[in-house]
Design a protein around this ligand. Structure first.
Ligand SMILES: Cc1cc2nc3c(=O)[nH]c(=O)nc-3n(C[C@H](O)[C@H](O)[C@H](O)COP(=O)(O)O)c2cc1C
Ligand code: SF4
Length: 665
């Protein structure tokens, strides 16, 4: 079906002051860590151009710092430096080639920063330390406020010289302007503090200065936080009042929205799959009801139909789709051409986008192996080859899809009746069901490309040989490994045994978490939901340590508390045995109490502990499933090995390697 029938609103143009957008999908601002030495790079240009080529209606770049006191993370664009203009020009030229307007987001992060990179005190309205950076900022004086305003104007001038179609002021989740707007961080008693009108003064001064600089022929937008989600912070009434003040200036062309504070409630700004879609719609909805300016709604829009619905319902005038277009740069083009089912739907997993930002790495995507590499030349395919892929998990599927896209003839064998591999395991807990899209998206692509998908077939060396392949990609995954301390008791099992339904633990369960990721917490959630009394023990400092980088940790802790799951840290498992008597002194195994004993050592003190339970579930490192790889040693064709059967890791590694090997064929 063409887009016309399905989407009544998405593909209608809209004027944002002097700028007209062809459709309502915005690639809203987000950090990329692609900058080098504070300057924009070729990678920026290629990255944004790919989304413009994919049909985005409007692109808003990541923030550009407006002042040397603002350097919260290493790879930030220093917009105040005149040398940025050449890089700006490369970005805007690349995007304009596709007829898409591009705005620059400019910002000073205020107290939501540290002095680590700048070696200068951070500036804020008042000396209130940020909960993440934990540094007491310098309260800005009158002349410094003037310097901040001038900094915004300077950067706006650089953006104008660099060819941007306008500016967005980030006043929302991480900004000195938000700092002034919020009574939590603004304790001033001068005319920048106290009443909301006073707290909005800096925003209005910046707005004036920037409009003066960019003139009437460029667009100016303001991004506002609709609810800080912190005690005593601003809420939707304040946001609506600020939006009204902003509109009253007559200087602004649109309002963008956001939710939360980046250094306190980030898990709601870049919400993971555990937060229901539509969670932030109340913000654009309330602001749109109060002002005539076009309003952007953002937050977990994953599907064009969902975006069209928000427009139809009058929630917003434009829809921000950030991670959706990181995962699939052609999100808009596919919707427009009636191929929405081909969209590589974002999982809201945060593993490679948000997660890598937190680790100071460049932005990538678990599903899109080219995200972050848009500027890297991909060699053209050589001659058409016959390729056999063994294993239908994300890595094997990616290898098959990339190989088929490059013109090779591909057969994929999967020993199970269904494709997807461990994506099924990861998605087996209801709150993580969206993770299965990693496989579903690839299965759709594989079918579209005509790949021969042979499920329920054990691909032995003989079966593969019968295909006379030129190249074989072994993607047979990993298998649970029994840790040294686990013994052979059949009530010591692996998380996969539970999640794949081979065992059904009951009663008191201890989960040993050595991975620090979703495996243990998902299993705990599932078992607690089934009525088990669950404890997780970990050798780490926090259960589910890496959930911190995917922004799932806060949600997990609330859930664990609600489900009565207990968590114990710094504990190393030392062995499991059967108890001769239970903790009441009765004979073990009489149904009166747990009869397994898990021995633990508290590693900081070297002291011993034990846990009595009915089951022990291990969330531990897996072993490569590499029998086929070994069996193919000396085969008369090229053999490659990727993903977990090479070295068990997380899904992104399998996808990247699947793509990489297919490009090399
Ligand atoms: C990696 C990443 C970095 C972000 N950095 C910024 C930023 O610099 N400025 C901003 O206003 N929003 C930033 N955001 C928030 C996004 O604009 C958007 O509000 C959020 O991702 C929710 O939209 P989505 O569900 O479509 O991804 C960032 C989001 C992500 C995923
Ligand atoms: S890494 Fe996950 S959340 Fe981020 S864009 Fe890719 S699929 Fe979406």
């Amino acid at each position: 079906m063409s887009s016309g029938g399905r989407y009544r609103h998405l593909f209608t143009p809209l004027r944002l002051g002097p700028v007209t957008v062809a459709n309502r999908i915005v690639f809203s601002a987000h950090l990329t860590n692609y900058a080098t030495d504070g300057l924009p790079t070729e990678q920026h240009a290629a990255y944004y151009a790919a989304r413009a080529a994919g049909g985005a209606g409007l692109i808003i770049t990541e923030e550009h710092s407006t002042h040397p006191t603002d350097w919260p993370y290493e790879k930030l664009i220093h917009g105040f430096h005149p040398e940025v203009v050449d890089g700006y020009r490369r970005i805007t030229d690349a995007v304009h080639t596709h007829g898409v307007p591009i705005l620059a987001q400019i910002n000073h992060n205020g107290g939501q920063a540290s002095s680590m990179y700048s070696r200068l005190p951070v500036w804020a309205p008042s000396p209130v330390p940020d909960p993440l950076f934990r540094e007491v900022p310098k309260a800005v004086e009158g002349h410094e406020i003037a310097e901040i305003v001038a900094g915004y104007a300077t950067v706006a001038a650089h953006c104008t010289a660099g060819g941007f179609d306008g500016i967005e002021l980030q006043c929302s989740h991480s900004s000195i302007v938000r700092g002034f707007l919020s009574p939590v961080t603004n304790r001033r008693t001068d005319h920048y503090g106290g009443s909301l009108a006073n707290r909005t003064r800096l925003l209005l001064e910046i707005l004036d200065a920037v409009r003066d600089t960019i003139g009437a022929e460029r667009a100016l937008g303001v991004r506002i936080c609709g609810d800080e989600l912190i005690e005593g912070g601003t809420g939707i009434e304040d946001a609506v009042a600020v939006a009204r003040m902003v509109e009253a200036t007559g200087q602004v062309d649109y309002i963008n929205t956001s939710i939360g504070v980046a250094t306190a409630t980030l898990y709601m700004i870049e919400a993971s799959m555990q937060v229901p879609p539509g969670y932030a719609l109340f913000i654009p909805s309330a602001i749109r009801a109060a002002v005539d300016l076009p309003v952007v709604g953002v937050g977990r829009f994953k599907d064009p139909l969902q975006a069209d619905r928000a427009l139809a319902d009058g929630v917003c005038d434009l829809v921000g789709v950030v991670r959706g277009q990181i995962a699939d740069p052609d999100f808009v083009a596919k919707a427009r051409s009636g191929h929405a089912t081909d969209i590589r739907t974002c999982l809201s997993c945060n593993q490679e986008c948000v997660g890598r930002m937190g680790l100071n790495r460049w932005l990538g995507c678990i599903e899109n192996p080219l995200a972050g590499l848009e500027s890297v030349h991909v060699p053209p395919p050589r001659r058409r080859r016959k390729v056999v892929v063994v294993g239908g998990g994300p890595g094997g599927l990616q290898a098959a899809v990339t190989a088929a896209e490059r013109g090779h003839s591909v057969v994929l064998f999967e020993r199970h009746d269904r494709l997807g591999g461990q994506a099924h395991v990861a998605a087996s807990v209801p709150s993580r069901a969206e993770f299965f899209d990693i496989a579903r998206n690839l299965i759709v692509a594989a079918k579209r490309l005509g790949i021969s998908l042979r499920t329920g077939v054990e691909a032995t060396a003989a079966v593969i040989g019968a295909e006379s392949p030129d190249a074989v990609v072994v993607a047979t995954g990993a298998k649970p490994a029994r840790p040294w301390w686990a013994g052979d008791d059949d009530r010591v099992v692996d998380v996969r045994d539970v999640l794949e339904g081979r065992v059904h633990p009951q009663g008191r369960v201890v989960i040993v978490d050595e991975l620090g990721f979703h495996q243990a917490t998902s299993t705990a959630e599932l078992l607690a939901d089934r009525g088990c009394k669950v404890e997780i023990v970990t050798n780490g400092m926090v259960v589910g340590q890496d959930l911190g980088i995917t922004l799932d940790l806060e949600i997990w802790n609330v859930k664990a508390y609600d489900l009565g799951i207990t968590q114990s840290v710094d504990l190393v498992p030392m062995g499991v045995s059967r108890a001769h008597e239970d903790e009441h002194g009765d004979p073990a195994g009489d149904g009166d109490g747990p009869d397994l004993v898990l021995q633990l050592q508290h590693h900081p003190t070297g002291t011993d502990q034990e846990r009595r339970c009915h089951w022990v579930v291990c969330s531990v490192h897996q072993q490569p499933e590499d029998d086929l790889w070994r069996a193919l040693d000396g085969a008369p064709f090229e053999v490659h090995r990727i993903g977990d059967c090479l070295a068990p890791r997380r899904a992104h590694a399998a996808v990247i390697e699947g793509n990489r090997v297919a490009v090399s064929l």
